[in-house]
Design a protein around this ligand. Sequence first.
Ligand code: UN1
Length: 505
Amino acid sequence: MESVLRKLGIEAINAGAACGQEALAGEGVEIASVDPTTGREIARVRLATGEQLDEVVVRAQAAWRRWRMVPAPQRGEIVREIGQALREHKEALGRLITLEVGKVTSEGAGEVQEAVDMADFACGLSRQLYGLTTHSERPAHRLYEQWHPLGVVGVITAFNFPCAVWAWNAMLALVCGDAVIWKPSLKAPLVALATHRICAEVLARRGFGDVLGLVIGQDAAVGEALVADRRLPLISATGSCRMGRRVNQVVAGRLGRCLLELGGNNAVIVHRDADQALALRAVAFGAVGTSGQRCTSTRRLFVHEDIHDDFVRRLSAAYESLPIGDPASPGTLVGPLIDGEAVAGYEAAIAAARAQGGRVLVGGSRIEGPGFFVEPTLIEIRHDAPIVHEETFAPILYVSAYRELDEAIAWQNEVEQGLSSAIFTDSFRAAERFLAHDGSDCGIANVNAGTSGAEIGGAFGGEKDTGGGREAGSDAWKHYMRRQTCTLNRGAELPLAQGVTFDLD
Ligand code: UN1
């Protein structure tokens, strides 16, 4: 355990605030980072204070003024080096993710890979920050749009993707010419310290360390101030719908911009003609992968009544044989939940499901012993039971049988969240029905692929209470820049648009 901390340069008592490579000695309270596999403390971190946040903002702003003047492809080159540094630390950082948040080894490494992918993507993007040129209606005029760096961006992340989600934001923000201040989850401070350190080192070598700031702090001391800070034109926040509502209100109150990636309550529809073996693997990975703690985790399963009993029997058998245990051991597929609170949430959801007519088919209990382990759980229940409409960050899958595809699509859409969705079918018509305007209402809609495990190339995010943001690939970069529309007149006349005349003589 110590060796991975040493390898990543974070073995000492850590300060929760940093400007680039420089740690700011803090006066904040100290918190423990806990290994969810054993319940034991890994290390302690001294939290940032409000004053330190202010210092980080001031220094990030100063660094941003210089950083925005670096040509975008040169910024891209530095981000390419960041990607290289992340590659070199992939194994150690992946192990730290396993240690601190309990992801199984391949998922820990996969998360670092996601950050590397973002760096690669952003590097290429740095030469493609295109603006549109259009034809002016006025003679001898040129009309075009250009994109400028936005400023210092605040990034709030959750424990479940303690490295990759920051990278989604930071890599784009960096090539767009912005500075970034990161407020990570207090449940994963060590991964944040290590990730920040690896990336800030690269920037510091080029004289731009302060472009990356880190503030690990409580909401009251740091989070509220960060969100309310008018010096931050954009706040990108990942977390619960409750948190997102608060962030949205405060940022809207100061007319700032928000980029929200909030809760999901993702369903898989397994249609009558589905390839069941394929569907089974996708549903199992979606529901129990990361112990059900992804925003994209599969939480609801609608199976066509003709195949329901058979499919649920096979899925139950797969659940019974899932290797649960130490996430660092090869072969383990299900690690622990993040903490005791998550275990209590799991138990409360199962109790509620039972009270609402649900029948537990597999699992249903916490696993006694050290650490925060629970049994992956399958519950047969009505699609509209209130608990089914809630997002519980745990490996609980609610199953219902449907008769008509339209009915299943309506059930899939009836929740407040709108992040990810999937259908398993070999029917062209059923697939297209699912993807039509009146099909899935989610930001992500997959056919014969599960709800979780998106690649970074597509825009990632969801509708309704998921918050409407789009991060990572595609044109998500536009959030991190300001658009300027420019009209240039090369003529000697001043024709007015819309045919308006204004003759002075
Ligand atoms: C999250 O859980 O907040 O699509 C992000 C996925 C991952 C990202 C999940 N690439 O499951």
